[in-house]
Design a binder for this molecule. Structure first.
Ligand SMILES: [Zn+2]
Length: 88
């Protein structure tokens, strides 16, 4: 199965779950939870919010463990969405 790593939330997603661009083509950088119709579903989200979101998901056993959440959090600053804000 083809899988991608979302450049926003850091979670793996399948081909079917790719985000959509404005022209409705598929975006392989972001999952459909983070990116739809050419923009982020929550564009006010900061990297800290994303960390909280991942930990919340783990706490509610929503697809990942606490260890997985912590590992994902560690790689957030290297993802396309956060790279710029991290440098500033
Ligand atoms: Zn995502």
């Amino acid at each position: 199965m083809e899988s991608y790593i979302c450049q926003s939330c850091g979670l793996p997603f399948s081909r079917k779950m790719r985000g959509t661009n404005k022209d409705l083509s598929r975006n392989s950088d972001y999952c459909s939870t983070c990116f739809q119709d050419g923009k982020f579903t929550d564009h006010h989200l900061t990297i800290q919010d994303m960390e909280k979101k991942l930990l919340d998901m783990a706490r509610h056993h929503d697809g990942l463990t606490i260890e997985e959440a912590q590992q994902t959090i560690k790689m957030l600053p290297d993802l396309k969405r956060w790279k710029m804000t991290h440098i500033l």
